[in-house]
Design a protein around this ligand. Structure first.
Ligand code: HEM
Length: 151
């Protein structure tokens, strides 16, 4: 079953809790890299990618904090090629367990009330309502908003 995790939820799978799997996302697709614990576990040389969408860092062959980000719009063609090679390597080596979404539920997604969510959405696009859930109205700052479902 495909899981959907927000960036915040994804960050819990950073290898620091040994009872949890370790995830790394590329272009919003989440790979279970637990078998690569020696790379991504707390002692690994690539632990900074664990629990993150590391697309930008992989494309730029960088481990710098500022590059550990899903944003790849401004990568050069060469960097995109490097990223695509990493993606292929991961596809061959690790199972894909799901994808990164913005906002944990449809209501949050429809009402872009946080900037963080906005910037997340500009990268991952519009989140589909989860489980076909229909959102007709919900409470926000004491105002009941009526909404169209996203599907
Ligand atoms: C002098 C610099 C570097 C050397 C010598 C080096 C060397 C290596 C080696 C030997 C492996 C193990 C490959 C394997 O056993 O499959 C590896 C894996 C890896 N390297 Fe580097 N690396 C360097 C820099 C970087 C940088 C800057 C990045 C940033 C994107 C990077 C990203 C990775 C990743 C993500 C893996 C793990 C791939 C997997 O999960 O199988 N490396 N590196």
């Amino acid at each position: 079953m495909e899981v959907t995790l927000t960036p915040q939820e994804l960050s819990q799978y950073n290898g620091r809790d040994p009872s949890k799997p370790i995830y790394v996302a590329i272009k919003g697709r989440i790979f279970d890299v637990t078998t690569g614990k020696s790379f991504y576990g707390p002692e690994g040389s690539y632990s900074m990618f664990a629990g993150k969408d590391a697309s930008r860092a992989l494309g730029k062959m960088s481990k710098s904090d500022e590059d550990i980000s899903p944003s790849i719009d401004d990568l050069t063609e060469k960097e995109m090629g490097v990223l695509n090679d990493w993606e292929k390597k991961f596809e061959a080596k690790y199972p894909i367990i799901g994808r990164v979404v913005c906002g944990g539920n449809a209501a949050e997604d429809i009402l872009p009330c946080s900037l963080e969510l906005q910037s997340c959405k500009s990268i991952y696009g519009k989140t589909e309502a989860l489980d076909g859930e229909e959102v007709k109205s919900f409470q926000h700052n004491d105002v009941v908003l009526s909404l169209q479902s996203t599907r």
